[in-house]
Ligand binder design. Structure first.
Ligand code: HPA
Length: 274
């Protein structure tokens, strides 16, 4: 099934009735256990996903499932506390539906975050990684089906999905804050099972530095409609087979909680510097 432009507009119109004169400029997708920044939004207008026409629910642990509009670091933001994933049973179009709606509301920039497994030998759990590029070779594109030219072209360029100027800005802010910001390529796996050690070795050979189950679809959709994108991965654990121990959801959420201060300060500094 493909959504129509009218459906995206319907969602945006509904949200406008909640927002009054407020126009968000920066959309923020906060991943597993990373939703806390949404609680710091000033003058918040909170809208649960369930109230918004055509929106799906977020069922993953550590994902609240609501949009928070307001001011953060002086910028008008729309914060997604929790996202939708393909492994929850949603199509990629559904997974990235909100990005287009937030774009219609006025967002020209997307900050995207996730927790993921570290593949690069030089990483360790707790590291922050600036996403420089992504690999999504599994399954179809969120742009599959009839193109909606109101959003972008049939064959969008993917050379600069993660905006170079925003990457520079992030490096600068990390240096100022004395945060050791790693960099690398995020490779998408559909999940929900964590990867096997063999899949992680494959990912490394293909050029991945981290593996995770989100982000890539939303970023493709954001790039299609011309949004600038800044992406961060919290390396919540080393990917399967890197260390002689199994992976668990608890360690992912624990790592997210432990990184709270570092992650928040970096995101806020980047927002402020926009
Ligand atoms: N793999 C995939 N997704 C993840 C991981 C991982 O190791 N850790 C957190 N999300």
């Amino acid at each position: 099934m493909n959504f129509t432009y009218a459906q995206y507009q319907e969602s945006a119109d509904f949200l406008r009735t909640k927002l009054g004169a407020f126009v968000p400029k920066v959309a923020m997708v906060l991943g597993s256990g990373l939703g806390y920044l949404g609680d710091e939004v000033e003058n918040p207008i909170v809208v649960p996903y369930g109230e918004i026409p055509h929106f799906k629910h977020s069922t993953a642990p550590g994902h609240k499932g609501q949009l928070v509009f307001g001011t953060l670091a002086g910028k008008p933001v729309a914060v997604m506390q929790g996202r939708m994933h393909h492994y929850e049973g949603y199509s990629y179009e559904e997974v990235s539906y909100a990005v287009r709606v937030l774009h219609l509301l006025g967002c020209d920039t997307l900050f995207v975050t996730n927790a993921a497994g570290g593949v690069n030998w030089n990483f360790q759990a707790g590291d922050l990684m600036l996403i420089t590029d992504q690999i999504k070779i599994f399954m179809e594109s969120p742009l599959r089906g009839e193109n909606l030219p109101e959003f972008g072209p049939r064959f969008p360029d993917s050379s600069y999905l993660y905006t170079p100027a925003l990457r520079d800005l992030a490096r600068k802010q990390a240096r100022k804050l004395d945060i050791n910001l790693k960099e690398g390529v995020y490779m998408y796996f559909p999940g929900p099972q964590y990867e096997t050690p063999a899949e992680v070795r494959m990912a490394r050979i293909l050029g991945a530095d981290a593996v995770g189950m989100s982000t890539a679809p939303e970023v493709i959709t954001a790039g299609h409609c011309g949004m600038q994108v800044l992406g961060f991965t919290l390396v919540s654990n080393m990917a399967a087979g890197v260390l002689p121990q199994p992976l668990s959801e608890e360690e992912v959420l624990e790592a997210a909680a432990a990184a709270r201060e570092k992650f928040s300060s970096l995101l806020l500094a980047c927002l402020e510097a926009l």
